[in-house]
Design a protein around this ligand. Structure first.
Ligand code: NAD
Ligand code: ZN
Length: 364
């Protein structure tokens, strides 16, 4: 199955299915990478032992030269230090303008490898091979970045891949906690734009959590399609694309305060999405919206409260570094109902402060 991301000359397909990695060399050809060119495959030390040898063999059979770089698994690898190490590998291997970077892994590998592809010689070819549920989101849309210790995703670029190859077979080995984390971005796509899909996710939560192929395939196709539509309308986040940040303002702050990796990305934004429904209630939306949102998140076994040890001040402080915070007010994605959100400018810091406090209390 294919979904097109429509961005003029930067358009590309998301290819979703089973057994796709067997045909990866052909897909690289279709993506425009010349045979005999060098491909730098970036992966992490959990994914590489499972899929890297197979992938390398197929690429070499197809006539490509393969260079690999394996990073430690986890959010901490989305750093300038690791970025430099990958660059060193690229330079030592003599990658040139005809070369391409392939990201084999989850959002961490994709964001980091994408930033390498965007900046090596001012940009070389890039292909995403997502291996997590969460990466149905991160591999589509061209946001690539590394973190700064003070702020997540602060150093980055918009850089679209030439293709996304989503082989659903790779998901079978995903740890349960990462399954849940990924489902947070899946339900997010329903919560922002597709009421029916959000309810469908709640109804099929058990199948999704147990990686039942039919349900999972449908959910990921639907999630990718929603993401592709939004990005096609607003590639550089001048407006509409901001709705994809539902739950992320609070979520990113939780990630930064807890230390990257304490809460997984999807867990943090799940708490953030519960928080955004509380903000909605303060701005006059029905309280039932919060309860409904929480029921969907908890059906997917996601957290919706903040542990007591998190300080409200720390969370607000971390939010100040957010790209959307200006003079004590912030642009915030506020749900209107299940399946619809508004971009509200100038939400007062005091409202967010109260909500973060409430997220803690709900937990105690
Ligand atoms: P991840 O890349 O760290 O993967 C999660 C864990 O699963 C890792 O330990 C990894 O080694 C392991 N893993 C991955 N695939 C596996 C497989 N098939 N089998 C077994 N283990 C596997 O994290 P993630 O949840 O995929 O992505 C989170 C990152 O994505 C965050 O940094 C977040 O900021 C970013 N993100 C980016 C965007 C974007 O638009 N660029 C969107 C959403 C999230
Ligand atoms: Zn996200």
């Amino acid at each position: 199955r294919r979904i097109q991301v429509s961005l003029g000359e930067r358009s590309y397909p998301i290819v979703i299915g089973s057994g796709l990695l067997d045909g990866i060399a052909e897909l690289c050809g279709e993506a425009g990478f010349p045979v005999r060119s060098s491909l730098l495959v970036v992966s992490d030390n959990s994914v590489a032992p499972l899929y890297l040898d197979g992938l390398t063999a197929k690429l070499e059979e197809g006539g490509y030269k393969v260079v690999t770089h394996i990073i430690p698994a986890g959010e901490a690898s989305k750093s300038l230090t690791v970025y430099e190490e990958v660059m060193t590998t690229a330079i030592k291997a003599g990658l040139d303008r005809h070369s391409a970077v392939l990201a084999l892994g989850g959002g961490v590998v994709g964001d980091l490898a994408g930033f390498v592809a965007a900046t090596y010689m001012r940009g070389i070819g890039f292909l995403q091979i997502p291996t997590t549920i969460l990466a149905h989101d991160s591999s589509v849309g061209g946001k690539v970045a590394v973190n700064h210790p003070l702020a997540k995703n602060m150093i980055g670029a918009f850089y679209q891949p030439k293709m996304v190859v989503y082989d659903l077979d790779t998901l079978a080995t995903l740890p349960p906690r990462d399954v849940r984390s990924g489902l947070a971005e899946v339900i997010k796509h329903g919560l922002i734009l597709d009421r029916e899909f959000a309810y469908w996710c709640r109804e099929h939560a058990a199948e999704l959590l147990s990686l039942q192929p039919e349900a999972l395939g449908y959910a990921l196709e639907r999630g990718c399609a929603i993401k592709a539509d939004v990005v096609g309308e607003d590639e550089r986040e001048h407006g509409l694309r901001a709705i994809l940040n539902l739950g992320h303002t609070i979520g990113h702050a939780i990630e930064a305060v807890g230390g990257y990796g304490t809460f997984l990305h999807g867990e943090a934004i799940s708490i953030g999405m519960a928080g955004s429904a509380l903000v909605a209630a303060k701005l006059g939306r029905p309280q039932s919206l919060y309860e409904e949102t929480v029921s969907m998140l908890t059906a997917l076994e996601l957290p919706v409260t903040l542990p007591a040890q998190y300080s409200v001040d720390d969370i607000i402080e971390a939010m100040m570094h957010d790209k959307k915070f200006k003079e004590g007010r912030i642009t915030f994605i506020v749900p209107d109902e299940i399946g619809a959100v508004s971009i509200v400018e100038g939400v007062e810091e005091s409202v967010i402060r109260e909500v973060v406090g409430q997220l803690k209390k709900e937990g105690s």
